[in-house]
Design a binder for this molecule. Structure first.
Ligand code: SF4
Ligand code: SF4
Length: 134
């Protein structure tokens, strides 16, 4: 999987340099497929991920670390950008509303969807969490 992602990035670089539309299209298709696969794996193994112990956080299980996004539905316009952005499949579109369906898939201390996806200030996180040796 990791090698596939690296190879795909190399394809993109070559396509950009040579300005080859077909190669760019191949990259885009590959990227979409790999991303969907990656997300589906995270969602499928959610129960295991919740039980995973984090050495760097005093061996606390992921489900006991309260780090995940919250959506303010007063501000959310249901644009779906957070669903499209998050590589871990945390957000899901459900009955015409985006929900945080897989909260513990969120990467601890990541706030990427706040800075790169949501333009409406609808996503928030708690205070960042310190590692046990810091
Ligand atoms: S902070 Fe990162 S991992 Fe967590 S939901 Fe947002 S994009 Fe996904
Ligand atoms: S990006 Fe923000 S506004 Fe759009 S669906 Fe997600 S939370 Fe709602």
């Amino acid at each position: 999987m990791k090698e596939s992602m690296i190879l795909n990035m190399e394809i993109k670089k070559i396509a950009d340099v040579l300005e080859l539309p077909k190669l760019k299209e191949a990259y885009n298709n590959n990227y979409k497929t790999l991303r969907e696969y990656h997300i589906s794996i995270y969602q499928e193994f959610y129960e295991l991920i919740k039980e995973t112990e984090y050495i760097e956080y005093d061996n606390i299980k992921r489900k006991d670390i309260q780090w995940y996004p919250k959506i303010d539905y007063e501000k959310c316009v249901n644009c779906n950008e957070c669903v499209n952005f998050c590589p871990k499949g945390v957000y899901v579109q459900n009955n015409n509303s985006v929900v945080v369906k897989y909260p513990y898939n969120c990467v601890i201390n990541c706030t990427g969807c706040v800075s790169h996806a949501c333009k409406y200030g609808a996503i928030s996180f708690p205070e960042k969490i310190s590692k046990s040796n810091q």
